[in-house]
Design a protein around this ligand. Structure first.
Ligand code: FES
Length: 193
């Protein structure tokens, strides 16, 4: 089954046997699937991938995608097609906090490029890289729908808007102190700035 997934990571049969949702995650996945008619449960794939990403260390390994395929009763390649299309799904290990800095028009005009450079300098990484302590990954993204509060970045479910260098520094310090994986499924929806 897993051999159908053509990612940058190799499928590992023994890791696959370790992959399993918690009871709570499985109950949520089943609830999501029940929103669709019998045979159309794969329509729940995006929220279930979010759950999988949160459950399995913040990224989707080939084994995790294979597991999601099994739950949805579809082929692993169908899961990979969706997971590889959306930038919010990570197909290789990432830091606990993934900073996605918007680089589209409004943010770009309001200094997104300088914000990215500042984060790169502050964390000692380039876009696409993760800090050695596994705490931060830096990415850029296209418009995140918060153009009126540019420049902005997303980290998990939280938006951080009207960014300045000082706000970015504070955000990094706060996340370091919290030392917690940030997911799109987080319910503590709050803008800390
Ligand atoms: S341009 Fe950055 S949120 Fe729209």
């Amino acid at each position: 089954m897993g051999a159908e997934i053509h990612g940058t990571q190799k499928f590992n049969e023994s890791k696959r046997t370790e992959i399993k949702f918690s009871e709570e995650a499985m109950a949520t996945a089943k609830l999501l699937m029940s929103n669709y008619p019998q045979g159309k449960e794969k329509s729940a794939i995006i929220p279930i991938l979010h759950i999988a990403q949160a459950e399995f260390g913040g990224w989707l390994s080939p084994e995790a995608m294979d597991y999601v395929a099994e739950i949805l009763n579809i082929r692993p390649i169908e899961v990979f097609e969706v997971a590889s299309f959306y930038t919010m799904f990570h197909l290789k290990p990432v830091g606990k906090c993934v900073f996605e800095v918007c680089q589209t028009s409004s943010c770009w005009l309001n200094g997104a490029e300088d914000i990215v450079k500042h984060i790169e300098k502050k964390l000692g990484i380039r876009v696409g890289e993760t800090t050695a302590d596994g705490m931060f990954t830096l990415k850029v993204a296209e418009c995140l729908g918060s153009c009126g509060t540019a420049p902005m970045l997303q980290c998990g479910a939280s938006y951080h808007e009207n960014l300045t260098f000082e706000k970015v520094d504070r955000l990094i310090a706060d996340y370091r102190t919290e030392n917690k994986q940030k997911n799109y499924t987080d319910l503590d929806y709050k803008n800390t700035l």
